[in-house]
Structure formats: C-alpha cells, structure tokens
Write a protein that binds this ligand. Sequence first.
Ligand code: DDK
Ligand code: ZN
Ligand code: ZN
Length: 307
Amino acid sequence: SGGMNKDRYLSLEDIYYWINKTSQEYPDMAEMMLIGSSFEKRPIYVLKLSGKRPAVDKAMWMDCGIHAREWISPAFCLYFIKYALTYYNQYSDITKMLNKMDIYVLPVLNPDGYKYTWTTNRMWRKNRSVKEGSDCVGVDLNRNFDAKWCTEGASSFPCSEIYCGSYPESEPEVEAVAKFLRSKKEVVKLYLSIHSYSQMLLFPYSYTYELARNHAELLDLAQDAATKIRRFYGNIYQYGAGAKTIYLAPGGSDDWAYNQGIPYSFTFELQDRGKYGFLLPPELISSACNEALLAVKTITLRVLQKI
Ligand SMILES: NCCCCC[C@@H](C[SeH])C(=O)O
Ligand SMILES: [Zn+2]
Ligand SMILES: [Zn+2]
C-alpha cells in the first residue's frame, strides 16, 4: 500500500506522493511549501503543520534526510507528521505543541542523494552536485552551512565524504534551508536535525569546544530526553555538545541555526549503535521512531514552557 506503514522505507517517489496526499487529507492542518530545489532540480518540500486555531508567532523546525544513506531519518519525519495529524486533539502533548507553535517538517533535504542510494550506492552520504575540474561528486551538506565553514572537521578535497563545498551555502539544498530559516528566525525557537546512526542527542557547538551561551539549558534538555528513553524503552542515548560528544564538525546546520538566534538547536543521531548502522532493518523503524518521538516531545514541551 502507498500508506505510511512503519515497517518499510519509502522510495523518494513514495515520499513525494505521501506528502502530497497527506496535505490534501488535512487541508486545515498541513500546508505543503516548496522552499527550493536540489542540484538535479528535484523539489525540496516543507510540510507546515498547524493546529486548528488562529495564527501564532512561534514555530519549530525539523529536517530529515540531509545525509542520503541515513534512511531512518526521512522515515522519522514521515512518522512524526503522521503522529501529529492523527493524534491532534486526542493526545495532550501533540495538541499543545500544534496549538502553540507551527511545526515546519522537511522530510528529505537531500533528494538527489536519497534517490542515488536507492538506485546506485546505498552508502552514499553527500548530495550529487558536480564540480568542474574534479571527477568526484557531492558536497557534505552538513559541512556547507556558514558556521566556521571548512575549518577542522571538514575537508576542502572534493572526493572527501566531509567535503565542505566551494563556499558556504554553495549547495542549492543548503541555500534553500538557510534562506527559509533566515526569513523565519524571529519565530523559530527550536531547530532539530535528524540523522543516524549512534544514538546521540547533540547540541552546539560542533565547530568548537567552546560552550554555547545556554549550554547548561541545552545539556539539561538533552539529558532529560535521554533519561526518558532509557526509562521508557531501556535504550541508551549519549548526549552533549557535538564537538566533545561525537567529533569536531564545522559548517553544520545546527550550529548555523543556533548562531542565527534560534535558542534551542539539536542534532539527533538515531538507532542503532553499529550493529546494522545505516542499514537499520525495516523491522526496527517503529522502535527507532518511538524513541525519537519521545525525545522530540520531551524537548519541545519543555521549550514551550520557556518561550
Ligand atoms: N552539526 C554537527 C553535529 C554533529 C555531527 C553530526 C553528524 C551526523 Se551523520 C555529521 O554531520 O557528521
Ligand atoms: Zn548524518
Ligand atoms: Zn550520523
């Protein structure tokens, strides 16, 4: 079935179909927005989720699929959209979220790369942009944002898996996201970027070991979410500032969003811890998504208390 059953990964075409169908099924809660296009001219869609209530001036953002091989990431964005629309006005947590904030969800930030993992190379990470003078393809979109761009933890070598691109926001996918978030930076209070794998809840900074201004708050939020996952699902998520917890990684979307003034910014690394890695089997999709959903709800509801 074309539906969003949790036990299989959707192809890019299925994802586009599903987003379209869902926005038509919920015209008063879900609005499809075209924010740009990829290097190979595929559309980059954001689904704007809102409660049935007058307009509000607060929002959160969640992007998935920036790295092509991390299939559990787009799967979670769709799972979250489905959960939000299905249980609005039934469960108090998602009802409160949608009544107080708009939720912008970008299910596939890197459609060219995602397609490529279905047709050619399952382990592809980057986008599919070509650079004249090099026979290597692709930029690591999570090193292409304008945040200490191309310093230690990225590479200026086009064949590298962490190639930073020719200049900040050189990639159309990054430009689309940066442009949209710059236009919404007054209202967006929470930024989430969903990745896999290694089960971590990370926050700025990854481009330096220096602590973020509200480090203690970010640490407390991440710790709360990790504790809930451990208590509810018996699974372990590490948490902390990116540089120390995983590795130095400049030019990242979370650090850039944070420096735009978005006070709460996180990168989630979903299941697993290496047994299957990026090749998380479909049977584990709902388990990984349940854990991620608990983290999103925990952090979002506490952020709502603060803003
Ligand atoms: N913004 C950098 C957050 C920490 C690194 C995240 C991982 C996800 Se695959 C990476 O981009 O290498
Ligand atoms: Zn990633
Ligand atoms: Zn990762």
